[in-house]
Design a protein. Structure first.
Length: 563
């Protein structure tokens, strides 16, 4: 009886303590809100120069949120539509064309097949002079976007310049649907392929529809491509995993400070493709919901992950409405894969002196196990079962991309060759490449290679140590050799430059679908997947964790096992 009374007393004390702590927190919040409101008022009334009240407030809010993590953000009413397109919906009213600025002039960059711009023969390379009688000179990208977008059925008049002639195009806006699944189908060798670009509304259904169509072809393997997919809605990720695993499987656990936001996500339906071999492609651009899909399928030993280590975003955001049609997106929880690991890579609660979040210390990284007993690790992103070295572009190719030097040549190529036979096998000839290279001498191709940057750093260090005189001749000789080698970069990186150029050209004929199909012939990760599908013994060895496949991405230092 005494123990019961003691327990009740301690329970009451705990509740009272919690109540006091809660009230104290509320008091501190109220106190600081009063201070902030008073400060904001005094600045706006008394500051020596005119102030922009909304901008001042947004600057203050952004600075406050910057101290947390990059995913907690304030969205004013003026940015709600862009936010919705980025994080929620894939639909908007527009003309189906993208633009870019070159030397201060606005050009049509891409045209989407079947939409108003395509129907009215708007072409990549057309210079945009006016939109609805408004001169585009001096406008920024956000302003251009506002001019082109609008309600479905509303008119848009474009004044274009093409080969020195002015054209007027009258378009009617349509609902532009940017699918989550940008490509799906059979890609040869009995392989089905689904490319998922984002996890926005309806992404689960889009993947299901693609999968059902592929299943009719009796595939020997399926590739789910999540490369450069930055994520989206967690529930859509769970639906997609459910297509490949049984009902009532734990897919992810969301753990929060607020108990109401601690949620276990389980599959709710019967699978669509339970036994067909599955490969998931990831890279450093695969984040959030992509990592939930890849990580859970890896933990459940349902799929083999191929590519490079993923981004490492184990944080969950939720939006809250604010007054005057604004909102705030807040990081409310961390998510954990079925094995219990959190793959969050950066520690935002402990930043360095420059305010930059660093990776979690090796001592905090823990080991977990997949369903079959393979070792996986926290704080590490999703580490692939099969690592394929990432293809990196050379400085000369990056420079040409940044300066849009492929753009005009691709447009000229389409003009001179109205048709090409197919996208899948398209390649430009050496003669075509020579024409492209010959068009570059009058262009600014100034760039600094990594070696040149290191040489510049070495020169500065020599000056700091008063040794520049001693090594001057050697440094000048090295600089000469580097300058000479850059003259051959167009030949040295010919294969790489040709691939980028081909991508630009093929999109002029076959749009987004053609660009994806054409890229398959150079895709190393896809080639690795095809190789695995042709080696069932290796696939089984990986999923069972035989030999070297027992450990997936072990950190350098030893880690602590977690039961």
């Amino acid at each position: 009886m005494k123990k019961i009374k003691y327990g009740l007393l301690m329970g009451a004390f705990g509740i009272a303590l919690l109540s006091f702590s809660f009230k104290e927190d509320l008091f501190l919040v109220s106190k600081n809100l009063d201070i902030f409101a008073s400060l904001y008022k005094e600045i706006n009334i008394n500051y020596v120069d005119e102030t922009n009240a909304p901008q001042l407030m947004k600057t203050g809010i952004d600075a406050m949120l910057e101290s947390l993590d990059p995913y907690t953000e304030y969205v004013p009413e003026s940015e709600i539509e862009d936010y919705r397109l980025k994080y929620v919906s894939t639909q908007y009213g527009g003309i189906g064309a993208s633009t870019l600025f070159i030397d201060g002039k606005l050009f049509v960059n891409e045209v989407s097949e079947g939409y108003p711009a395509h129907k009215q023969d708007v072409k990549p390379g057309d210079q945009v002079i006016k939109i609805n009688a408004i001169d585009v000179r001096g406008k920024d990208r956000a302003q251009i976007s506002q001019l082109l977008r609008g309600p479905k059925g509303s008119p848009v008049d474009l004044v274009l310049l093409r080969e020195g002639k002015e054209l007027i195009k009258k378009l009617i806006r349509e609902e532009i649907k940017q699918p989550n699944v940008s490509y799906s189908g059979m890609i040869g060798d009995g392989i089905g392929y689904i490319r998922l670009d984002k996890f926005l509304e309806n992404s689960g259904q889009e993947v299901k529809d693609a999968l059902l169509a592929i299943n009719k072809e009796n595939p020997k393997g399926i590739v789910l491509d999540l490369r450069n997919n930055g994520g989206g809605i967690v529930q859509e990720a769970v639906k997609i995993v459910n297509l490949f695993v049984n009902k009532d499987q734990l897919i992810a656990t969301q753990k929060a400070k607020n108990a109401e936001k601690t949620i276990a996500y389980k599959t709710l339906q019967d699978p669509v493709s339970l036994s067909v071999p599955l490969v998931v492609l990831v890279n450093a651009g695969s984040a959030s919901a992509s990592e939930i899909v890849a990580g859970s399928l890896q933990d459940l030993d349902r799929a083999i992950v191929i590519g490079q280590r993923s981004f490492g975003k184990g944080l969950v955001q939720q939006t809250f409405n604010l007054p005057y049609n604004s909102l705030v997106k807040v990081t409310v929880a961390k998510y954990y894969t079925p094995s219990g690991r959190c793959i969050q890579k950066l520690d935002y609660s402990h930043k360095n002196a420059d305010g930059v979040a660093e990776r979690f210390a090796d001592s905090t990284i823990a080991m977990f196990q997949t369903k079959a007993g393979r070792n996986v690790y926290s704080g590490n992103g999703i580490y692939p079962d099969v690592v394929v070295e990432q293809a990196k572009l050379s400085p000369i190719t990056i420079t040409m991309l940044n300066k849009n030097l492929f753009f005009n040549y691709a447009n000229q190529y389409k003009k001179e060759k109205p048709t090409i036979t197919s996208a899948k096998n398209f390649q430009i000839s050496d003669a075509d490449y020579a024409v492209f290279a010959s068009s570059l001498p009058d262009k600014d191709l100034t760039y600094q290679s990594k070696t040149e940057r290191l040489l510049s750093d070495l020169r500065l260090e020599a000056e700091r140590e008063n040794k520049s005189t001693e090594v001057k001749a050697d440094l000048e000789n090295l600089k000469y050799k580097l300058t000479s080698s850059k003259k051959t970069d167009l030949a040295t990186h010919k294969a790489e430059i040709k691939r980028v150029l081909e991508t630009q050209i093929v999109s002029r004929y076959f749009y987004e679908k053609g660009r994806i199909e054409q890229s398959f012939q150079y895709d190393k990760e896809l080639a690795a997947a095809k190789s695995l599908f042709n080696n069932q013994n290796q696939m089984l060895a990986i999923l069972k964790g035989d030999g070297n496949y027992k450990i997936i991405g072990k950190p350098v230092k030893e880690t602590t096992p977690i039961d």
